[in-house]
Design a protein. Structure first.
Length: 122
């Protein structure tokens, strides 16, 4: 599996970003997947990710949303998750993201399935 060019922007994440911060970001992105982020949420996420340049936020969020969509719609094994990331991405960031994506994967898959079922009834 080739790494999509968009994901190169994951390099903007600091290796010092805590698991707790990334967890909060992923949760917020999942909860706002249909509505988008409010200005306050954008500010909070920018702060959590400790990005040096505010303009980097959109590309990083796009990367994370792409990964969330993939994880919630495809049954990805750990090896497949790891192959999503650029090979030279910080090992700490990779480990943290894989751990968090595994944590949420079944919940997200169930919610997507429920939404699809609901949409078929409408």
């Amino acid at each position: 599996m080739e790494v999509p060019p968009l994901l190169i922007h994951l390099h903007k994440l600091s290796p010092a970003t805590s698991e707790e911060s990334l967890d909060g970001v992923l949760e917020t992105l999942w909860e706002t997947r249909k509505s988008g982020l409010s200005p306050i949420q954008r500010t909070q996420i920018h702060s959590l990710l400790n990005l040096p340049v505010p303009q980097e936020l959109d590309t990083v969020l796009s990367c994370l949303r792409f990964i969330i969509r993939k994880v919630s719609k495809e049954k990805l094994a750990v090896e497949e998750l790891q192959r999503l990331f650029p090979v030279d991405l910080s090992t700490d960031i990779q480990k943290t993201l894989v751990t968090l994506l595994q944590k949420y994967q079944s919940q997200w898959e169930k919610e997507v399935a429920r939404e699809q079922k609901r949409n078929m009834k409408d």
